[in-house]
Design a protein around this ligand. Structure first.
Ligand code: TMP
Length: 236
């Protein structure tokens, strides 16, 4: 099956999206561009697009095998993948296993504190508003998703957490937290967007070294090396 890449549909902060000759299929093209703090901080992480493309595809194929439907169709090149054209549910779904980032800041819990149970939170995916924290009642009240969709998203998100924790643990990485997005495809909720060091906090199990985008967000140095380390460990 040869997919024909047609005009660009839009360009996001980390990816470009193209139409194809199949109305159900888009092509995503991962960039090396990096932003943080809602686009306030801008930079380039050389090689990031390749790592995020490969990693997302390997992870999505693993999740499919475990029964989680995803938008993955076919990897086309180092940076390009054919995906199902979904309508994105405008919720950023964040799961946390260990306190870090905004959770630590907001609640005064030291980074690295293991949480007693995994947590789930939603942000309203809206750049103008800075992706504000909302709960499921807000999502329902604003018509962002139905109760049934929220239930499905919640079920998949916790399942994905268990699968990812086990997957990363095999290569000595601890999954601290991550953000995922879902889409609607012919009425079904499926996992969309990406799973990568941009969207996960991954720490070395022993040294707790950060192997993710926090190195960029916090100017810790060794940003490219961290992405390459994840790539190498996953053997992808
Ligand atoms: P936070 O602690 O800053 O709320 O981030 C939680 C997780 O979500 C972390 O793994 C990074 C990821 N994330 C994104 O993927 N995109 C974003 O815009 C933000 C703020 C966080």
């Amino acid at each position: 099956m040869k997919m024909k890449k047609l005009e660009q549909l839009y360009e996001g902060k980390a990816k470009k999206v193209f139409l194809t000759d199949d109305p159900d299929v888009l092509i995503v093209d991962y960039k090396d561009d990096a932003t943080a703090f809602n686009g306030l901080k801008k930079g380039t992480i050389s090689g990031k697009g390749v790592v995020n493309n490969r990693m997302t595809n390997v992870v999505f194929q693993m999740l499919e095998k475990k029964g989680v439907p995803t938008h993955y169709v076919k990897e086309l090149s180092d940076r390009e993948t054919a995906v199902k054209k979904v309508e994105i549910v405008p919720l950023e779904v964040i799961i946390r296993n260990v306190a870090a980032g905004s959770f630590s800041k907001k609640l005064g819990v030291e980074e690295g504190t293991k949480l007693l149970t995994p947590t789930l939170e939603f942000s309203y995916k809206n750049d103008e508003l800075g992706d504000p924290f909302i709960n499921s009642y807000y999502a329902l009240a604003l018509g962002l998703a139905t109760q049934e969709e929220i239930d499905t998203i919640t079920k998949y998100a916790f399942q994905i957490n268990e699968e990812l924790k086990a997957y990363f643990a095999q290569v000595n990485m601890e999954l601290i937290d991550f953000k995922i997005e879902f889409g609607r495809f012919h009425g079904q909720i499926i996992l969309a967007d990406e799973v990568s060091p941009d969207t996960c906090r991954l720490w070395d199990m022993d040294t707790h070294e950060k192997l993710d985008k926090d190195r960029f967000r916090r100017d810790l140095g060794g940003v490219e090396d961290a992405y390459q380390e994840v790539f190498k460990r996953l053997g992808i």
